[in-house]
Design a protein around this ligand. Structure first.
Ligand SMILES: [Zn+2]
Length: 112
C-alpha cells in the first residue's frame, strides 16, 4: 500500500509509515468529547447562596469565585453605597436557578 502522506510503498496493515511517521490506520474517529455547554443564563444560585444567591449566580455566570464576588460586592456597599441597591434589584429581577441546573463546571464537579 501507499502512504497517503509521502506516497512511498509500505507494508500492508502498517499502523505507521516508517518513511515519514504518518499514522495510517486511524481506526474509528476520535469520539466527540466536546459536548457543547448549554447557554449560560444569569440566575441566582439556589445552592451556593448566602443571602439571595445573587453573588453566586453572578460568579457562576462570569466564571469567578463566589467569595471574590461577595468581597467586591461588600466593598462596593461600604465604600460606594450603591452595591446594596444593585443587589436588591438583581435579587428581585433574576430568576432562581433550578436546584439541579449546572451553574458552572466547577460546582457540577464539586457535587459528584
Ligand atoms: Zn509516509
Amino acid at each position: 500500500m501507499l502512504c497517503p502522506n509521502c506516497q512511498k510503498e509500505i507494508v500492508d496493515g502498517s499502523n505507521f509509515c516508517y518513511n515519514c511517521g504518518a499514522k495510517l490506520n486511524a481506526g474509528a474517529p476520535a469520539p466527540a468529547y466536546a459536548i457543547p455547554a448549554p447557554p449560560k443564563r444569569l440566575m441566582r444560585s439556589s445552592r451556593d447562596k448566602k443571602i439571595g444567591g445573587v453573588c453566586a449566580g453572578l460568579a457562576a455566570y462570569f466564571d469567578l469565585d463566589p467569595t471574590i464576588v461577595r468581597i467586591v460586592w461588600l466593598l462596593a456597599i461600604f465604600f460606594a453605597g450603591t452595591g446594596l441597591l444593585v443587589y436588591v434589584v438583581l435579587w428581585i429581577a433574576l430568576p432562581l436557578a433550578p436546584i439541579d441546573a449546572p451553574m458552572s463546571v466547577q460546582t457540577t464537579a464539586a457535587r459528584v
